[in-house]
Design a protein around this ligand. Structure first.
Ligand code: UDP
Length: 239
């Protein structure tokens, strides 16, 4: 018998990191095509999906400001970077045969709809994947926080954060080989522990206050998203 997914609707957060594949910078269409096939597999389970794209592979507000740009301007540039990624992802998803609606928090009439909460929900109910670009449209915020906000307002059952690590560790696994991976971490611990920074604290705080589960998993592992949606032990649940 076909296994039923554990989640009805999810918010998938894909960092800029995931868009660059193995490149140093920018977009790797081949890797984005792989991401799209992972998402297509998840859709086959019937799970409704909204995706928030990051922009760190192109531009981050904080880095721009450190380099001498006005900080608010730099954040708006970062938001535009997330729209680059959202467009590339939309294209890749459509090539896999999915119906996609791109919504942005900054008006871009020629390429996207404005983000409208109820419309986004309706798209998902009709089986369309909703890609959300432009963050919140407000400076000084990250796309992790955007993911938490959108996850809440779109009535998602969980936030799935796809990263290059397998989950939440006791320390940075790239620096400390003895770092231990957790299967699950309570919200409070994830919020207070300074070593846990795989997702930003504002996002954790929002999810904690509203009891919205976060699943951190390795998007580079083929099939991981599908497994996680089926309730198998994948990555780390912050709950
Ligand atoms: N950003 C913003 N407001 C938002 C979302 C994003 O100002 O609501 C800017 C911010 O400067 C951020 C950049 O967009 O650095 C790219 O997003 P982020 O760093 O979260 O991308 P990721 O780390 O996921 O690749």
């Amino acid at each position: 018998m076909k296994k039923k997914p554990k989640y009805k609707r999810i918010l998938l957060k894909l960092s800029g990191e995931a868009m660059k594949g193995k490149r140093e910078y920018g977009i790797d269409p081949k890797f984005i095509s792989y991401l799209a096939s992972e998402i297509a597999e998840a859709r086959k389970l019937g799970v409704q999906i909204a995706i928030v794209t990051g922009g760190g592979n192109i531009f981050r507000g904080v880095a721009g400001s450190k380099a001498g740009l006005d900080e608010a301007t730099a954040h708006y540039m970062g938001m535009l970077a997330t729209i680059f990624n959202a467009m590339a992802l939309q294209d890749a998803l459509e090539r896999k045969g999915l119906v996609v609606r791109l919504q942005t928090a900054i008006e871009m009439k020629q390429i996207s709809e404005m983000f409208i909460r109820k419309r986004a929900i309706r798209h998902m109910e009709k089986g369309r994947v909703v890609v959300l670009g432009g963050g919140t449209g407000l400076p000084f915020i990250t796309t992790d926080t955007t993911a938490a906000m959108r996850g809440l307002e779109l009535g998602c059952d969980a936030i799935f954060k796809g990263t290059k690590v397998d989950g939440v560790y006791s320390d940075d696994p790239e620096k400390n080989p003895r770092a231990k991976k957790y299967d699950s971490v309570p919200f409070k611990e994830a919020f207070q522990n300074e070593k846990i920074n795989v997702i930003d604290k504002a996002a954790i705080e929002l999810c904690m206050r509203n009891n919205l589960r976060i699943v951190v998993f390795n998007i580079y592992k083929k099939g991981a998203l599908k497994k996680a949606l089926l309730g198998e032990k994948v990555g780390t649940a912050i709950r």
